[in-house]
Write a protein that binds this ligand. Structure first.
Ligand code: 13P
Length: 250
């Protein structure tokens, strides 16, 4: 189980440090539940210093696929590794939608992340009209297989998938536990088909308006192995309550 907070483009460096301090002060590691926070890039090292050896891991929200070079404004996997990142979110729907990221881009980013010893959190999920027209599984299949093309994972902890239906992100509308489980089970089969047995142990997170009041029901589904939390991860008490829901189920 993994509970990861995606802070998106929120928090200056002092604000990020304050939020991280609040999260760390209420946190105690529990076997079976990993916790990560993903602040904006300029805050990664400062947040890393705050989490220290608390057990909470730090992740980035994006990475460039190239090793290094003339890519003004971009951040490489080596740079993220050097500031202590354990995870990198790749292919978030906001990056696909606003920055035109393709499945091939997501694949290249995931490969580079793995090459640098970090764990990609690969995001997939359909838009509302795709769900309403019965295409959700087709969309998610293409995203998962596109992201994993040519990737091999020796250990299930080396890769995380996040199913984030776009219609549930920041809307206050979550997928029902049944809808989430159905898609997660579908993704599980894709992972096993693509990666073999290791696919049965890969964490598949749910993301999209996960809050303290719905976390327990979502996390209790068999193939929902954690959450990728946006809005509720910006409030230490809400984030702690979601972690507590995961701990209760662990
Ligand atoms: P919300 O929890 O704010 O819906 O965001 C989900 C998300 O996009 C996490 O990556």
């Amino acid at each position: 189980m993994l509970i990861a907070g995606n802070w998106k483009m929120n928090k200056t460096r002092p604000e990020a440090v304050a939020l991280a301090e609040e999260i760390v002060s209420g946190y105690g590691p529990v076997a079976g539940v990993d916790v990560a926070i993903c602040p904006p890039a300029p805050c990664l090292d400062a947040v890393g210093a705050v989490v220290g050896n608390s057990g909470i891991k730090v992740g980035a929200q994006n990475v460039h696929a190239a090793e290094a070079g003339a890519y003004t404004g971009e951040v490489s996997a080596g740079m993220l590794r050097s500031v202590g990142c354990r995870y990198v979110i790749v292919g978030h729907s906001e990056r696909r939608q606003y920055f035109g990221e393709s499945d091939a881009d997501v694949n290249a980013k995931a490969r580079r992340t793995i090459e640098y010893g970090m764990v990609p959190i690969v995001c997939v999920g359909e838009h509302l009209e795709q769900r309403e027209s019965g295409k959700a599984e087709d969309v998610v299949r293409a995203q998962v297989l596109g992201a994993l093309d040519g990737i091999t994972v020796g250990d299930p902890t080396g890769l995380v998938i996040a199913y984030e239906p776009v219609w549930a992100i920041g809307t206050g509308v979550t997928a029902s536990p049944g809808q989430a489980q159905e898609m997660h089970a579908f993704i599980r089969q894709l992972l096993i088909g693509s990666l073999g047995d290791v696919g049965s142990g890969i964490d598949i997170l749910y993301g999209g308006s996960m809050k303290p009041n719905n976390a327990s029901e979502l996390l209790s589904q068999g193939d929902v192995n954690g959450g990728l939390i946006g809005g509720a991860s910006l409030d230490a008490a809400s984030f702690a309550a979601i972690i507590a829901a995961a701990v209760d189920l662990a």
